[in-house]
Design a protein around this ligand. Structure first.
Ligand code: TK8
Length: 343
């Protein structure tokens, strides 16, 4: 009897699974204008207040309108679908269609993105946009193809500042021994180790608890994320190091994308860019407002002098040279030249 029940259960599960696969992403298989609903699940680690969530909502609006509802976009925030790395894995495997993730968290997939995370590479956000939206940026997005992902656009996370619970960072020495959470990137880990800190990679979704419980003393992120994640509740100091500009990459699952009609591909490509422009503007506004809000919340803010930033840059120069060799001089030079041109 038990055996019969078990087999019945197994048969039922198979049937249910088969029915289930008619929904969700797999609907994309019938994308040749057959009228099947195509569903795109898009995820970000940031919460509903963040420009990335607003940008994804804009993407949804554009795509659903232009496709006359034949494509439906579901937006997930706050790491509901996982942290950046987990979501990128899902996009790679095709169990999620879109992720908007920070460059460094994608370096385990495409090591070339590390060049974008070279500290002090981009002098301003405008220069960053010009370089990323040009040929040099495209060359990096193209690298995702081999990893089963299609890079459609660069959105913006922004210039990162360090927060911690120990002391203001006013000199390089102030970083000494600081347990600092980094993104999951060898480059970022090596950079902070070189600067004397004690870098600890950790998922963004676990960061608040990590700071609260003292697993790490500090972290670095752009001001909007610091404020929206309420890191000021568990951190005393914010130092405006602006040590690196972090772009977000808008990635689509290649398996899903390749099945789309040309018309649908075009709608999605254009929407990723158009929503990205909107996201960058919203992010800029949030960046300006967040600092004021953080001060009101009582976090102590200090500027970091140009000398100290230059000193940091000099210390990590040999490390960046090693990374350049690893990444490939061609790509690195292309980026450097584009920065020069845009500056
Ligand atoms: C979520 C992440 C996060 C990033 C990090 O959006 O991991 O620190 O800065 O913003 O991409």
């Amino acid at each position: 009897m038990k055996k019969v029940l078990v087999s019945l259960f197994l048969i039922l599960s198979v049937i249910l699974a088969a029915c289930g696969s008619g929904n969700g992403a797999e609907g994309g298989e019938g994308s040749s204008g057959s009228g099947d609903q195509i569903v795109m699940r898009a995820g970000t680690g940031a919460n509903q207040e963040h420009s990335t969530y607003l940008g994804l909502e804009k993407f949804k609006e554009i795509v659903e309108e232009k496709s006359d509802g034949s494509i439906e976009v579901e937006v997930y925030h706050s790491g509901q679908l996982g942290d950046d790395r987990e979501m990128a894995e899902a996009v790679q495997l095709g169990s999620q269609e879109v992720v908007v993730a920070s460059d460094a968290n994608l370096s385990p997939f495409v090591s070339e993105v590390n060049v974008l995370g070279f500290p002090f590479l981009f002098p301003t956000r405008e220069v960053a946009h010009e370089v990323l939206d040009g040929e040099a940026g495209q060359a990096i997005l193209d690298k995702f193809d081999e990893k089963n992902m299609v890079g459609l656009a660069y959105w913006e996370n922004g210039f990162r500042n360090i927060t911690n619970s120990r002391q203001p960072i006013e000199s390089v020495e102030d970083l000494s021994g600081l347990k600092l959470r980094t993104m999951s990137s060898d480059l970022h880990i090596d950079v902070f180790a070189e600067l004397g800190a004690n870098p600890t990679p950790m998922a963004f979704t676990e960061l608040y608890t990590g700071l609260q419980q003292g697993t790490v003393d500090g972290q670095e992120n752009p001001n909007p994320l610091i404020y929206q994640q309420k890191f000021h509740d568990v951190q005393d100091y914010l130092s405006e190091t602006r040590h690196v500009y972090t772009p977000y990459l808008f990635l689509v699952s290649k398996g899903f994308y390749d099945e789309l009609s040309d018309e649908h591909k075009q709608i999605i490509e254009e929407a990723a860019l158009e929503a990205g422009e909107y996201q960058r503007e919203e992010n800029h506004k949030q960046d300006q407002e967040a600092l004021e809000s953080l001060v009101e919340e009582g976090i102590e803010v200090n500027e970091v002098s140009e000398e100290v930033r230059n000193e940091m840059q000099t210390i990590i120069e040999p490390l960046l040279e090693d990374y350049s060799q690893e990444i490939g001089e061609d790509i690195v030079n292309q980026i450097y030249e584009a920065v020069e041109e845009a500056s």
